[in-house]
Design a protein around this ligand. Structure first.
Ligand SMILES: Cc1ncc(COP(=O)(O)O)c(C=O)c1O
Length: 506
């Protein structure tokens, strides 16, 4: 705790009219706070003169308390450096509290969300999926823009706002989306959100009721499963084939209210939705009176052909909510994403956004608008596209050199990860666990399935991983594949020796 907070807390706790003298109260409070760990060992206390002034007491009142606590061993002075809580107390604070099992008492939605997601883990290094190369972000230029806008921010930009995001950012974005993604929109249709995930959550709340059917791509993005579960929707897996989400293969006849899709680069398989499939999906949504949620999370990183236009631009009857994010092209901690909503929904979205989440960070949005308008954004995207293309090649080569025959790699025309399909029999979960002990992330493809996985594999993120780490990660994977192959062989041989009717576990 900082000295200023300690003064504030003491001032709030002293009782002026108590029979207990002020110096005694100070001693008691400090003793208690040190004992219960609120004041950790080595915390610097306010200087006696300053504390006396802020408590409006005589300096001797403070000095008496400090001296007594020194005599008792709670405080110590360091020559010329002030009065500290004795280092002894550090130990006590660092002792972990016994794990408490709280009765959960969650709602059905909360329980389903927690059971399916568990605790999130921080991601970095080989092969963390979805993480961009943050080290090569133009931090200097971005910092200059940020500090200029923070310094110059007019009071209105720091107040409560409900515009749906800074108008200047919505304008440059509308232009960018029209040119690069053929999204048809006016700046008014754009709503700046706290990342794509929040946009997804807001859309779900506004357009679906608990119990409604929502189609999710199978395999698909776990963040969507979370948003839909959190809203109490019934999730139906919609199979993905070589042309993308296949509406005709959904066997459940109940019409969906929401259809979530990643047509420009299916997550995680990497499939690009064909034109005929896009038309079929739009028609299906029209018949079912469903909303399509188009998540265009990483379309900037295409390495071969130009991307197909966004579904949103092909939907004449405005059944598409388009979601984008700056997490992949800037950095995830920025937490800026956006929604493009049909005209008829603008007011409802803006109002709910302001009521449920509040808006803010307009100076940061102003810096981002300038970053885009001045061409820094396009330059950074170009550089990263080149870098990620190279890294994908390095990963392909490293796997080809060490483990090629076991893995079927996804096409990788775009994006920041590859899926490495595994032959039947190899256990993705145990590969993943063994790799984690060596500091390598191998995300099992099974995590992306709602139902029983149709394919086994690993999701290998490469965008934020340097070449050295990619090669090292590939070697670890190859070694583990080899070991697992050997174990399986041994298990098969010993199985063959066992009399029928016994199991193969030893
Ligand atoms: C498919 C997909 N959509 C959306 C997001 C979320 O983006 P944001 O960081 O803006 O919430 C991610 C993040 O990994 C993603 O993979």
């Amino acid at each position: 705790m900082q000295a200023a907070w300690i003064s504030e807390a003491l001032a709030a706790s002293l009782e002026r009219h108590s029979k207990e003298g002020l110096s005694r109260q100070l001693m008691r409070l400090l003793r208690q706070w040190i004992s219960d760990g609120r004041l950790a060992g080595d915390t610097l206390l306010p200087a006696s003169r300053e504390l006396a002034a802020s408590l409006k007491v005589g300096r001797n009142t403070v000095l008496n308390a400090y001296e007594q606590l020194q005599a008792e061993g709670y405080l110590s002075t360091r020559h010329g450096a002030g009065t500290y809580v004795t280092g002894l107390f550090r130990q006590r604070q660092q002792t972990p509290l016994p794990a408490r099992r709280l009765p959960l008492g969650l709602s059905a939605r909360g329980a389903s969300l927690f059971a399916s997601c568990g605790l999130p883990q921080g991601l970095s290094g080989a092969f963390a999926p979805g993480v961009p190369e943050i080290r090569q972000f133009p931090h200097h230029c971005w910092q200059q823009l940020l500090s200029r806008h923070q310094r110059q921010a007019a009071p209105a930009m720091l107040n409560y706002t409900a515009d749906g995001g800074l108008p200047a950012l919505r304008e440059v974005l509308a232009e960018y989306l029209q040119l690069s993604r053929s999204v048809r929109c006016r700046p008014e249709q754009i709503l700046i959100t706290n990342g794509a995930q929040q946009g997804l959550e807001l859309t779900t709340r506004l357009l679906a009721d608990p119990g409604d059917i929502a189609w999710v791509e199978e395999p698909g993005y776990a963040g969507t499963h979370a948003a839909f579960r959190g809203a109490g929707l019934s999730l139906l897996p919609a199979p993905v084939d070589a042309e993308g989400l296949a509406p005709q293969r959904v066997t459940d006849p109940r019409p969906p209210r929401l259809i979530y899709t990643t047509p420009s680069h299916q997550y995680p398989s990497g499939v690009v939705m064909s034109l005929s499939r896009r038309l079929a999906l739009l028609q299906h949504a029209e018949q079912a009176q469903a909303w399509i949620i188009e998540d265009d999370y990483d379309s900037e990183f295409r390495y071969r052909s130009q991307p197909l236009p966004a579904l949103q631009g092909m939907a004449p009857d405005e059944r598409v909510i388009y979601i984008g994010t700056f997490s992949k092209v800037m950095y995830p901690g920025l937490r800026i994403g956006y929604l493009v909503v049909p005209d008829a929904l603008i007011d409802a979205f803006r109002s709910a956004n302001a009521r449920l989440y509040r808006e803010g960070q307009y100076p940061v949005q102003a810096a981002l608008a300038d970053f885009i308008a001045a061409g820094h954004f396009a330059r950074h995207v170009r550089r990263m596209r080149e870098l990620y293309r190279e890294r994908q090649q390095v990963l392909r080569q490293a796997l080809a050199d060490s483990a090629a025959e076991q893995l079927a790699l996804s096409p990788g025309e775009a994006g920041m990860h590859l899926v490495a399909g595994l032959p039947p029999g190899l256990q993705e979960q145990s590969l993943s666990q063994a790799a984690a002990t060596q500091g390598v992330w191998l995300r099992p493809l099974a995590r992306h399935y709602l139902a029983t996985p149709q394919q086994h594999g690993l999701v290998l993120g490469y965008a934020g991983v340097d070449q050295h780490a990619i090669r090292h990660g590939a070697q670890v994977l190859a070694r583990l594949l080899q070991e697992q192959g050997k174990n399986d062989e041994q298990a098969t041989t010993s199985d063959q020796r066992l009399p029928t009717g016994t199991t193969g576990t030893v």
